[in-house]
Ligand binder design. Sequence first.
Ligand SMILES: [Zn+2]
Length: 661
Amino acid sequence: MKKKLLAWFLVGLSAVQLTGCKTAGRSAGVRAQDDYYEYINEELLDEIELEATDAHWDWFGELSALTSEEMDGIIKELSKDGAAYERGSSEQKIKDLYECVSDTQNREQTGLGPLKPHMDSIRNAQNIEEYVDALARLSGEFGFSSLVGGYSIMQDKADSGRYTVYMTYADTLIGKEYVTGKDTQEYVAMYFDYVKAMLGEFGMTEEEAQNSADSIEILLRDICDSTLNTEQLYDPSVVYNVYTAEELQQLYSNVDVEQMLKTLRIDGQDQYVVMDVEQAKKINALLVEENLQALKDYSTFVMLNDTAKYGNEAFFRLYEKMENALYGITESWGDEKNWMQLTQELLPWDFGVMYVEEHFSQEDKEDVEKMIARILEGYEEIIRRQDWMSEATREKAICKLETMQVKIGYPDQWPEEKDMMQVTPVSEGGSLMSNLLTSMNVSIEHSLHQLGGKVDRSNWDITPQTINAYYDPQNNEIVFPAAILQAPFYDRGNSEAANLGGIGYVIAHEISHAFDSSGALYDEYGNYNVWWTEEEMEEYQTLSQSIAEYYHNYEIMGVEVNGELTLGENIADLGALTCIVSIVGDDKEALKDAFSQMAYNWASEDTSEYMLYLLSTDTHSPNKVRVNAVLSSCDEFYDVYKVKETDGMYVAPEERVGIWK
Ligand SMILES: [Zn+2]
């Protein structure tokens, strides 16, 4: 994906580490005091030319591409000779799946394959009852969901030791943010050209496809008007709505709920959590005979869209064209790369095992564990000095830190889904579509098996080869996969301060999520349980409000940053920097190392289309804003760089923000 940069990456990295923290040689460019992000990254970003196949570049993506190329190497190695591997081994699964993915003739012949009868039952539904039944079968067997009957089995927010059923959101296609956005309507129009083309490929005439696309758009706009915003989805007080089966029947008065739950195989539960009540009411109102055709078309399109990547070439090309236009990508990856990507996506844990065998250092793990312990201590000090919190609340916050689980590298036990997922080769009648359905069915069977049992807190939600990290409020845990423990985030050859600005900042950010606007609502056991007094909660909201307003002052491409959408992430960034700075201490050179490494790690390049997508939907602020806004609120940054009132980075002391200061 990024061959050119690969060589540069190795050279450039050491060069930046030598000179990145020094001001010498940068006088020609932007001043640190005016735009720190540009100051640190202008040389790097000058070198990076976004390739035609990419919408976005950053270090996360760069390292993911490198990892993915390595996995591609494994696929090629396994596929090159006719060797047979033991049935059920990762080697067999990878080799045989890749054969299914790359056998275009087989994909043409298969078409929708085993999904065809399900699609027919949507198309042939004579009334709402038959339509809902068809959707429930698709959801219950494979996990497909379009308008009603979608569910997910996850930890109970109020009792994180058990699992419960969440009735999930309807599929809003291009998403509420685009549908209702003022800067995004041309993309909505483009998306509906895609809807029409897909329905045409499915066999509708030009006129039928146009009429169907029009009626889908009317439904979609109506549904989006009654759908939660992305920021609301993070608020447990909004999405955790407990219903009994009887109450669910009242909510979905146009559906035989008992029958639907039976088909979904989730009947007999003491509760069902409805995540978006207003949307559910809207969907129920739409489930009437006069809308039957439009509903059938909507669900037909969702199925075609969900399976387009796995179907025959015509569907895949339409899907690819739409995605590329949406993100501003002008050139496709090409078939081989696409095939290898699909193979990796469908066998994530098999590749995970192989990744860990090659890339995991116990010494790195121990080194990072020490850093995490220091950061947790740093946080404890931050919490102790919050005089707006009562002693009792501070103790609860510290208890949450002390009981926080830390996971690094890879899971002690590989997930059951890894062995449950088996690949049937082409020679035995397998196809990409049939293997996709097997993998979807494995997920469903696995979660149904979990329902009623105790939560296993040793589970991992991401694979070890993922370049990312997360905090999970329901397990009160931070998780760092093996793959993020590499340069530029972490390098044992770096100064301690640089590593604190690198992986340390990422760790501190994740820990901050335990106390962000949504994480703060969960206790140390991972239960949604507000442990603050009412006055403290009010103070928290006042501070949050000022953070949201502060970020509204930043804009990218003339579009204001959405301070509400990005609130939780901004709270985490601000808290992380405070924590890292307090650990580094007052050595100005060390602080420069930490600041510059942090700014360097968030360097990114985007197409304007992709930036618009991020501004509309991403809960993080754009990277440039993440860097500059946080530093402009950090007093030590002013000392180190002697920032003056007339400088671009300057924000008056009383306007600097943060909760965990
Ligand atoms: Zn985050």
